[in-house]
Write a protein that binds this ligand. Structure first.
Ligand SMILES: Cc1ncc(COP(=O)(O)O)c(C=O)c1O
Length: 400
């Protein structure tokens, strides 16, 4: 280790970190003058006009909030309790609310960060099992808490299928107290979700081996629908004595920059749930003290009002069906994209190498993540054929 002198400055010992690749893609896209360019990079929903609008239900709730809010005083480390209470039945279904504890967090990211710290505190030396590929932020969130990450291959981009046997073999090596990160639906980046039978097998294995599930539910309602998207993970929650769930309202309420999420702990023991609750609150205090209010208050107002809830559900359904339509259109336009019609959510991971991704960009003005991930909501009925033609040409050019 190099010894720093008194004149080096506090930052001299830092290692430079790679910039976020998706953010640099935005810069490249903006600088591209081609009129028919297509942006499939950043992971936000877009309507058929290419906009990420504020939902009408959210606008209406914001108007009510502006009119009625009397104070901006602190709410406490748990955040908006009404927000948490209204969210619970949507996430957990008819489960008894007394065995659930929740705190509002800055986005799903904040919830994952708290969960990783709680797991590290609860079981020193615990490991976290994580399928690859996954959301690129996952590994760093868990590394920072000092958890050892055990990776296994989750997805085969050539066959576009979940490598379920490999997943089960990897999880069979987990020790009691190890945690398992599971994306509940709309898997990022692959779109390949577990089916009901597979969720059942995972639930049995978790129960048999005494593992702690950490469910990441960031896209509820954007896959098969609000209820169906939660059905598989609920089987896992039922099977485990203690479990954690990181939730994001940023996608299904279109509230991205408001940073709205929640961490829930679920337990079959009220004593252990209380222990988890006191630790989660202490960790929240040490991280951000109190969560930001606006987005959580907006979600609460929507969910307290039947008409606004109906409006939100309709708008969510419109987003969901648009994504399904794009999936179907892609599958119909290009046989090598047919698997996409069976997958869910905004993302697909195409079997393209970095050179082909660069070719898509340079020759066809199609921008996607270097991994081959595309955001399907970046496509419209008009651009699906352009994309399909570019994709076919790119696969062809590989062999030319
Ligand atoms: C799988 C997954 N989990 C969690 C998150 C975090 O969401 P948020 O923006 O609410 O922090 C994301 C965001 O892209 C995600 O893709």
């Amino acid at each position: 280790m190099t010894r720093l002198s008194t004149h080096d400055g506090a930052f001299a010992g830092l290692q430079p970190q790679a910039p976020d690749a998706l953010l640099s893609l935005i810069g490249l896209y903006r600088a591209d003058a081609r009129a028919d360019k297509i942006d499939l990079g950043v992971g936000v929903y877009r309507d058929a006009e290419g906009h990420t609008p504020v939902l009408a239900a959210v606008k209406a709730a914001e108007a009510i909030l502006l009119r009625d809010q009397q104070s901006k005083s602190y709410l406490g480390p748990e955040g908006d309790l009404g927000f948490l209470d209204r969210l619970k039945p949507i996430v957990f279904g008819p489960r008894d609310a007394v065995d659930i504890f929740g705190v509002q967090t800055p986005g799903g990211t904040g919830a994952l960060r708290l969960a990783s710290e709680l797991i590290a505190a609860a079981r020193p030396g615990a490991r976290i099992f994580m399928g690859t590929p996954t959301w690129p932020n996952h590994p760093q969130i868990f590394e920072i808490s000092g958890l050892e990450i055990v990776s296994y291959r989750y997805f085969d981009s050539q066959t576009q299928a979940v490598r379920f046997d490999e997943m089960m073999s990897a999880l069979a090596t987990a020790r009691p107290g190890d945690a398992i990160l599971l994306q509940a639906c709309c898997h990022n980046p692959t779109g390949a979700d577990l089916d009901a039978g597979q969720w059942g097998q995972i639930a049995d294995l978790i129960a048999a081996r005494g593992l702690t599930p950490l469910i990441d539910l960031a896209y509820q309602g954007l896959g098969l629908g609000l209820e169906s998207d939660a059905a598989g993970m609920r089987r896992v929650l039922d099977a485990a004595p203690d479990a954690l769930l990181a939730y994001s309202c940023d996608k299904n309420f279109g509230l991205y920059r408001e940073r709205v999420g929640a961490l829930f702990a679920v337990s079959d023991s009220s004593a252990r749930l209380e222990l988890a609750a006191s630790n989660i609150k202490a960790l929240a205090r040490a991280n951000w003290s109190m969560p930001p209010d606006h987005g959580g208050a907006v979600v609460r107002i929507v969910l307290e009002d039947d008409a606004l809830t109906r409006m939100w559900r309709d708008e969510l359904e419109t987003m969901r069906s648009r994504i399904v339509e794009v999936r179907k259109a892609l599958a119909a336009a290009e046989p090598r994209l047919s698997a996409l019609a069976q997958q869910h959510g905004m993302f697909a991971r195409l079997p393209l190498n970095p050179a082909q991704v660069a070719q898509m960009r340079d020759r066809h003005a199609v921008y996607m993540a270097g991994s081959g991930r595309i955001n399907l909501a970046g496509l419209t009925p008009a651009t699906v054929p352009l994309f399909a033609t570019a994709y076919a040409a790119c696969l062809q050019e590989e062999f030319a």
